[in-house]
Structure formats: structure tokens, C-alpha cells
Design a protein around this ligand. Structure first.
Ligand SMILES: Nc1ncnc2c1ncn2[C@@H]1O[C@H](COP(=O)(O)OP(=O)(O)OP(=O)(O)O)[C@@H](O)[C@H]1O
Ligand SMILES: [Mg+2]
Length: 251
């Protein structure tokens, strides 16, 4: 039996501006991503990666085509409805961590539960759950520190814990290692790898071939279009570099 489709886009399109100023930032992209896949999105600057991610993240709506998230057509939902889907089903990891600076690590991790009346509601229950999740990313001892007292890699681990506490059906990461040194990057990729191993569905934008090589499938975007879709358990980073450096294909 085929695994569940988490993401399905059909001729997805996002057009900015009009007339002479029209930019097709996403140009008829059709992709299917199944439960448990770990996918990287790559492509040159301005190719439409963030625009695509924002639509997948229900932060923005397409101007054409459809987006079916976990079986539900979300292409035409209102902003309020999109926000609800986001809070319940999705988790985001950003390049800049986006932690609340005045809250400790554990308070940051507990935050999403405030918007989930269906989840543990007492403070002690939330604390216990947040502690378990922090433990799973190796940060239990730093639970009561402020973000400013943590390294970049540790902050990103808190951000991942905050995603995990919500048990999202889909984790979206836009350059999650973009602000990290090599060692911290490897740590974060190790965690994402591990989450993938435990069945999580992850879609990640990255510029770095060695980061993309951690995934099992790479989508290359060029000029808003899907340029290639490589599925490969044994990616060769050199091959990826060549693909990136070659001239955009005119279709
Ligand atoms: N709000 C907007 N209004 C008008 N044009 C936009 C807007 N956002 C993005 N664009 C244009 O859409 C195209 C795709 O931009 P996008 O940010 O998705 O690229 P990207 O692949 O994420 O690039 P980078 O790697 O630099 O982050 C670009 O030509 C950009 O100028
Ligand atoms: Mg971008």
C-alpha cells in the first residue's frame, strides 16, 4: 500500500505583480510528498524556493493550481483558516531560530501548547512534556536558560523541540543550518535525520549540497519551475554541485 500523501500540489502557481511587472515566482509545480519522506528543495537565489515553502507552510496562498495538505484542499482557505491549519498540523524551523528572547528554553517549547486546547492543559503536564522533548534533543540541562545564554546550535535544538511538542504532520525548515558553524550544522542534521528515521515528514530548503545530501530526495527549482526531482539514497554531492552550476534549462 502506498504511504499517505502529505503534500500534493497540482500546477501550483504564484504570480506577483501584473502586466510588465509580472513575476511567476512559482510556475506550475506539481509534486507529491508522502508520509515519512525527507525532501530538500534547492535552487539558485530568486528561483522561488521561499515562495513555494510559504505556500506549503500555509503562510501564503497560491494564485493558481491547488495544494492538498494531508488530504485537505487548502488552496482557497481564508487567512484565519490557514492559521488554524498551521497551528495544528505544521511545524517550522527557521534559519534565525525565532525563539522568544525573554522566555527560557522550556517556556519557548511549551508555547505551542497554549494554542492547543486538545492537548495537556495543566502547567505541570505541559512542563513535563516540554522537558521530555528537550531531553530528546539533548538539552534537558539547559531547560531554564534564556536563548541568549545558548549557542546557535542549542537555540536551533530548542526550536526543533518546540516543533516536536506539537506533533506536526509536516516539518518545514527554511535553511535550518544557514546560521550555524559546521559542527552545529551536523548536530542539527543528525537530529533531523533521527526524526526522519522515526517516521517524520520533513521538507527543507537549503543552499548547501552536503546538507541536502542528508535527505533522500532533492527537488531542484529553476525560474519557478520544477527542474529536477532526484530520488536517491546514495547522493553524490559532486553531482549535485554540477547540477546547480549548470545553466538553467529553458523549457
Ligand atoms: N512579495 C513579493 N512581491 C513581488 N515579487 C516577489 C515577492 N516575493 C518574491 N518575489 C519574487 O519572486 C521570485 C522568487 O523569490 P523567492 O524569494 O521565492 O526566491 P528564493 O528561491 O527563495 O531565493 P533565495 O535563495 O535568495 O532565498 C523572485 O524573483 C522575487 O523577486
Ligand atoms: Mg528564499
Amino acid at each position: 500500500m502506498e504511504p499517505r500523501k502529505i503534500i500534493e500540489t497540482i500546477n501550483l502557481e504564484k504570480v506577483y505583480g501584473n502586466g510588465e511587472n509580472e513575476v511567476k515566482a512559482v510556475d506550475s509545480i506539481s509534486i507529491t510528498i508522502h508520509e515519512g519522506e525527507f525532501v530538500a528543495i534547492m535552487g539558485p537565489s530568486g528561483s522561488g524556493k521561499s515562495t513555494l515553502m510559504n505556500i506549503l507552510a500555509c503562510l501564503d496562498r497560491p494564485t493558481g493550481g491547488s495544494y492538498i495538505l494531508n488530504g485537505m484542499d487548502v488552496s482557497n482557505l481564508s487567512r484565519t483558516e490557514l492559521a488554524r491549519v498551521r497551528g495544528k498540523e505544521l511545524g517550522f524551523v527557521f534559519q534565525s531560530f525565532n525563539l522568544l528572547p525573554r522566555m527560557s528554553a522550556i517556556e519557548n517549547v511549551m508555547l505551542p501548547l497554549m494554542y492547543r486546547p486538545d492537548r495537556p492543559t495543566t502547567i505541570p503536564q505541559r512542563k513535563e512534556l516540554a522537558m521530555q522533548v528537550l531531553q530528546s534533543v539533548g538539552l534537558a540541562e539547559r531547560a531554564h536558560h534564556l536563548p541568549s545564554e545558548l549557542s546557535g546550535g542549542q537555540q536551533q535544538r530548542v526550536a526543533i523541540a518546540r516543533v516536536l511538542i506539537n506533533e506536526p504532520i509536516l516539518i518545514l525548515a527554511d535553511e535550518p543550518t544557514g546560521n550555524l558553524d559546521t559542527r552545529s550544522s551536523e548536530e542539527i542534521m543528525g537530529i533531523l535525520h533521527d526524526l526522519h528515521g522515526r517516521g517524520r515528514t520533513i521538507v527543507m530548503v537549503t543552499h548547501e549540497p552536503d546538507v541536502a545530501a542528508h535527505t533522500e530526495r532533492i527537488l531542484h527549482i529553476r525560474d519557478g519551475k520544477l527542474h529536477s526531482d532526484e530520488k536517491n539514497g546514495h547522493l553524490n554531492p559532486n553531482k549535485i554541485k554540477q547540477t546547480i552550476n549548470s545553466e538553467p534549462q529553458k523549457v
